[in-house]
Design a protein around this ligand. Structure first.
Ligand SMILES: [Zn+2]
Ligand SMILES: [Zn+2]
Length: 298
């Protein structure tokens, strides 16, 4: 006799958060994307009945109380995402398979591998003080609009929400203005860049942008050297590449104000100087992202 097929009762994932129970939104007048728990998250929490604790067994099979990963853990991850300060226009960036295309396939899988290996890398680092594991960050180079910031914002989402890893996402010129503002508020450089040194992952967006004064390069040098000394991961986006032929071409005013147009085609090496460049070379994969200007396509 033919068996009657019984429809499986499947809970349909919430349309707003796609079953993650986390929503990332733009809040009016806020520069950064903001995460929070979705309304679909059950109250009280199903896992801990709202106590915030669950009982689990340690490796000696003893029962012990641990904070609930469903509610407390998820809130902590949301907090990590918010502290990372992802610009609000990248609130939808997730590093999802659908972000992958023929132009970024190699970079995409490398980014994917880095965030998947990060929890182990950080655990060894914490337990042994340092690590010989060879986990590198990435310098993502290429013309404006190719989606570099989108990919690294998605990387931040994966690190914080999926793995519970702390990140700081920092636009380089925004950091410079914050430091300048700090001087008038009586804050030291160190006070402002401390989170950048302590976070598990530092993302510097648009490195090399700016007037490139000795002070600006000094700030960049402090960030890179300190992270280097602490074996900490650095991720970078930049419009400058390693070859003059395809690096960012900038129009400059000639000193004598002659009508003749002058262009600068600084390579990343020239732009940040030998010392920062060679540190980054040791710490990061150098990858070039090309392809259509996605900002025009959208
Ligand atoms: Zn939801
Ligand atoms: Zn709970």
């Amino acid at each position: 006799m033919k068996k009657k097929s019984v429809p499986l009762i499947q809970s349909v994932p919430c349309e707003r958060c796609h079953g993650t129970h986390v929503l990332i939104e733009a809040v009016p007048r806020q520069r950064y994307a903001r995460g929070r728990l979705c309304e679909c998250f059950p109250t009280p929490c199903h896992a801990c009945s709202g106590t915030g604790f669950i009982l689990r067994r340690d490796r000696f099979h003893r029962e012990m109380a641990a904070s609930c990963p469903e509610c407390v853990g998820r809130l902590q991850r949301v907090e990590l995402y918010n502290e990372a300060r992802v610009p609000r226009r990248y609130l939808h960036s997730r590093l999802k398979v659908t972000d992958q295309d023929k132009h970024n396939a190699q970079i995409f899988s490398l980014l994917d591998a880095i965030h998947r290996n990060l929890p182990d890398y950080l655990r060894t680092h914490q337990e042994q003080g340092s690590t010989t594991d060879d986990l590198k960050g990435m310098v993502l180079m290429g013309p404006p609009g190719t989606g570099k910031t989108h990919l690294l914002s998605g990387f931040v989402y994966q690190c914080t929400i999926t793995h519970g890893i702390s990140c700081v996402f920092q636009g380089f010129t925004e950091l410079l203005s914050e430091l300048r503002q700090g001087y008038s508020d009586g804050k030291s450089d160190m006070e402002i860049i401390e989170p950048h040194l302590l976070a598990d992952v530092l993302i510097i967006d648009d490195m090399g942008k700016g007037r490139n004064t000795p002070w600006e390069l000094g700030i960049l040098d402090t960030l890179i050297t300190e992270r280097y000394n602490r074996d900490r991961i650095v991720m970078v986006t930049t419009n400058y590449t390693e070859a003059e032929e395809n690096t960012l071409r900038e129009r400059v005013l000639s000193k004598d104000r002659s009508e003749e147009e002058q262009f600068l085609s600084d390579t990343i090496r020239k732009r940040v100087g030998e010392r920062i460049y060679s540190r980054l070379r040791e710490m990061c994969y150098f990858e070039e992202l090309n392809g259509p200007d996605r900002r025009q396509v959208d």
